[in-house]
Design a protein. Structure first.
Length: 291
């Protein structure tokens, strides 16, 4: 099933080939998972072209993984961080930064000059749980979505002097997810999904989920002591090719006008445009607040 949120928060099942949305009688996708999928249809049928897709879920918690893909881990060595990025490192994402498909990423030029992209697979947790092992983890994995981890690298380098980072990834609009949730029964092998990110049609990242250093069931289990709720998201790390590691990174950093397409085979393509602060809010960017 492809589970969507659309228009003003309505929930539906998407029949992609028919371009048909079947509305479900539940107030949110999170509650869909809380009910264990025991949800009826409303009887409403809509053409996909007549609805506006939104971020597919608003989780209670968003666990964010770094350094989990071998090639990306290796290329990070060239960035010369003040602290190492260990495999499976997890921190919390800012839920208010979530946007959906075709929403704009707002470039906060008063905060950063180094806006980067990171394609990731997001795992949707299907039920509450804690303190379980890898052999039980698949019972908690309900589905998948695409995540583009937008990062202000100049802010991140400063944060890394303390060995942590979150502000650089949690700024407003820096958390695109979507375009829908693909339930686990439609994904034969979560560890063999082709991944590709494009900027203005140019391939910037290309890889596969078979390149992970920590398999997803171990990742999900390892962080279960932090307590999962139904509908939570845990991301799995990005592949190689981010702008920050390029020979001339400023030729690759995102800028207003860029269109980013983050695609995972079988999961979907998440498309977002980068816009300037003034285009988004109708006024110049405020002065930066430092302390």
């Amino acid at each position: 099933m492809k589970l969507i949120t659309f228009d003003d928060g309505r929930v539906g099942r998407l029949e992609l080939e028919e371009e048909l949305v079947i509305e479900l009688d539940v107030p949110s996708t999170r509650e869909y998972f809380e009910r264990g999928g025991d949800v009826q249809e409303t009887g409403e049928r809509l053409a996909l072209g007549d609805v506006r897709l939104r971020a597919p879920i608003q989780p209670k918690k968003f666990f964010h993984t770094a350094g989990n893909f071998a090639d990306h881990h290796n290329e990070l060595q060239a960035v010369d961080w003040s602290h190492p990025v260990h495999k499976g490192i997890v921190f919390f994402q800012n839920l208010d930064a979530i946007i959906g498909p075709d929403d704009n990423i707002v470039y906060p030029e008063h905060l950063t000059k180094e806006l980067d992209y990171e394609l990731e697979l997001g795992i949707i947790i299907g039920k509450s749980g804690k303190f379980f092992g890898p052999d039980e983890a698949n019972d908690y994995i309900a589905g998948f979505t695409v995540f583009n981890d937008i990062t202000a690298r100049d802010i991140q380098r400063k944060e890394m002097e303390s060995g942590v980072f979150s502000f650089s990834k949690g700024i407003d609009t820096f958390c695109p997810i979507g375009p829908y949730i693909v339930t686990a029964d439609e994904v034969p092998d979560m560890h063999n999904l082709a991944m590709e990110l494009r900027v203005n049609g140019e391939v910037r990242q290309k890889g596969n989920t078979n390149q992970t250093r920590v398999h997803f069931n171990h990742l999900v289990a390892y962080h279960s002591p932090q307590v999962y709720s139904a509908g939570d998201i845990i991301t799995t790390g990005t592949i190689s090719g981010v702008a920050a590691i390029q020979k001339n990174p400023f030729d690759f950093y995102l800028k207003p006008g860029d269109v980013v397409e983050a695609e995972i085979a079988g999961i979907g393509t998440l498309r977002n445009k980068v816009v300037s602060w003034e285009e988004a809010w109708g006024q110049p960017a405020p002065e930066r607040v430092d302390w």
